[in-house]
Design a protein around this ligand. Structure first.
Ligand code: HEM
Ligand code: HEM
Length: 215
């Protein structure tokens, strides 16, 4: 018989004692790229664009894994369900929570919010750099640093219309606001992980790091 996939159908089942390597690699890679780009690198600088492309690659990898990966990593294991998320929050207040084979319903909403917001940051970043690869951005910036402005002049060839300037300004605003939203979600997420770990009486962080296969 095919294994049941929805959390409702499989509860109570414990979450994995160790997330697979792709989930762990994409999780920590994306987390580091976001934190560095939001807090440390120069917006639009070479390192920023490299880390942005790294985040994009890892996000695409994770999305493919949501279809092809092991059952607990698939989208079908943690569907977005606001009603179930509210029920789960109610359970948290009462101190008796169901266990799920993947992310709990509140965590699942957080995961989708992360991915949509990150995709927005990446799309606006790509627009702002005209889709240039990190290597092209590095070459252009090196040329400008050595006094050769032709790359930038080429970019702004022809009069840019008010509409273009307006679009660029909007993209900058959206990029900045969405990046700050990512930081807000990250703080909420980390607090949520610790609250859930307490409520479920199990360490949720360990399976995202090295885990314990014997459990
Ligand atoms: C990993 C996710 C990312 C985060 C958290 C992030 C965050 C930020 C932040 C906070 C700023 C504003 C910096 C400031 O005000 O000085 C910024 C600017 C910028 N970012 Fe990103 N970024 C990300 C990804 C990307 C990507 C993928 C690209 C391009 C491929 C990109 C290109 C740019 C550019 C060109 C600017 C300068 C915008 C301007 O002229 O004001 N970013 N980014
Ligand atoms: C910017 C920082 C972070 C981002 C963007 C982020 C994002 C995410 C995402 C998207 C997932 C779902 C993983 C997947 O299915 O692929 C997740 C899960 C998880 N994250 Fe993070 N995370 C961040 C920081 C952290 C930190 C600092 C911790 C540790 C305290 C942490 C602990 C976890 C845990 C334990 C899970 C699995 C939760 C569960 O068992 O359902 N995350 N995170």
């Amino acid at each position: 018989m095919a294994a049941p996939r929805t959390p409702a159908a499989t509860a109570p089942i414990a979450p994995p004692s160790l997330w697979d390597p792709v989930v762990r690699l994409t999780h920590w890679g994306i987390a580091v790229a976001i934190l560095c780009n939001a807090l440390l690198t120069k917006g639009g600088g070479v390192t920023h664009v490299y880390l942005g492309w790294l985040a994009m690659t890892l996000l695409l990898m994770r999305l493919v894994w949501g279809v092809l990966g092991p059952i607990e990593a698939r989208f079908s294991a943690f569907p977005p369900n606001p009603v179930a998320a509210l029920r789960h929050m109610g359970q948290l207040l009462s101190g008796r929570v169901d266990h799920y084979p993947s992310h709990n319903p509140a965590g699942a909403l957080m995961v989708y919010a992360f991915w949509v917001t990150l995709a927005t940051v990446i799309a606006t970043g790509l627009y702002l750099t005209g889709g240039a690869t990190p290597m092209q951005v590095a070459a252009d910036q090196a040329a400008v640093a050595s006094g050769d402005w032709s790359a930038l002049i080429k970019e702004s060839d022809g009069e840019s219309s008010d509409e273009d300037k307006g679009l660029r300004h909007t993209a900058e605003e959206v990029h900045d606001v969405a990046a700050n939203l990512l930081l807000f979600l990250a703080a909420l997420h980390v607090a949520g992980v610790f609250v859930e770990s307490r409520a479920m009486r199990r360490n949720l962080v360990k399976p995202m790091v090295l885990g314990d296969r014997r459990k």
